[in-house]
Ligand binder design. Structure first.
Ligand code: IMP
Ligand code: MG
Length: 173
């Protein structure tokens, strides 16, 4: 038997409301230049799809695939880049979109990998931030929600690939 959803932390309406605000914030933060929104797969796919539709300025979308967790609920710290965007990052505003920041290991590793490609700017947008990240040495510029210190699923977030399709974010029993 798999684990069960315990409590809804952020319902569909709360998420949509916040994503709309974030889209406006991001649009205002980049008055000019090329903006490339880089979604970290798989966790960010739902958030990214909603978010880019709330950003009222030209942008491109690409993806990164990093692998770290496997089926565990704690980070192994072993970050691998499985898919690297084909798009050139040099001279562009890069906005990395992540589902959740936990230890911050994944993002720290990715920031290091991307920074050497000389983007014009490099920022992070995370739907959820647990604020327990000790490994990330870069502030998360755009945050959807300050998340509780629980394992969360839904709206793209999984546990062993389950629950990604839920339209809300919930904690696991
Ligand atoms: P970090 O490297 O420890 O910050 O882990 C980041 C990645 O771990 C996220 O992109 C998620 O895929 C996964 N993760 C961390 N916490 C959770 C959680 O509460 N629920 C689901 N996935 C999580
Ligand atoms: Mg995951």
């Amino acid at each position: 038997m798999g684990r069960e959803v315990h409590r809804i932390a952020y319902d569909e309406a709360a998420i949509q409301h916040r994503v709309k605000e974030l889209g406006a914030e991001i649009g205002a933060a980049y008055p000019d230049g090329d903006l490339l929104v880089l979604g970290l797969l798989k966790g960010s796919f739902v958030f990214l799809a909603d978010l880019v539709r709330q950003i009222q300025r030209p942008l491109h979308v690409d993806f990164l695939v990093a692998s770290s967790y496997g089926d565990a609920t704690v980070s192994s710290g072993n970050v691998r880049l499985v898919y690297d965007p084909e798009t050139k990052l040099e001279g562009k505003h890069i906005l990395l979109v992540e589902d959740i920041v936990d230890s911050g290991r994944t993002l720290q590793k990715l920031m290091e990998l991307l920074r050497v490609r000389a983007p014009k700017s490099l920022e992070i947008c995370a739907l959820l931030h647990k604020h327990i990240a000790t490994e990330l040495h870069h502030p998360v510029r755009f945050i959807g929600f300050d998340a509780p210190e629980e394992f969360l699923v839904g709206y793209g977030l999984d546990h062993a690939e389950d629950f990604r399709h839920l339209p809300y974010v919930a904690s696991l029993r």
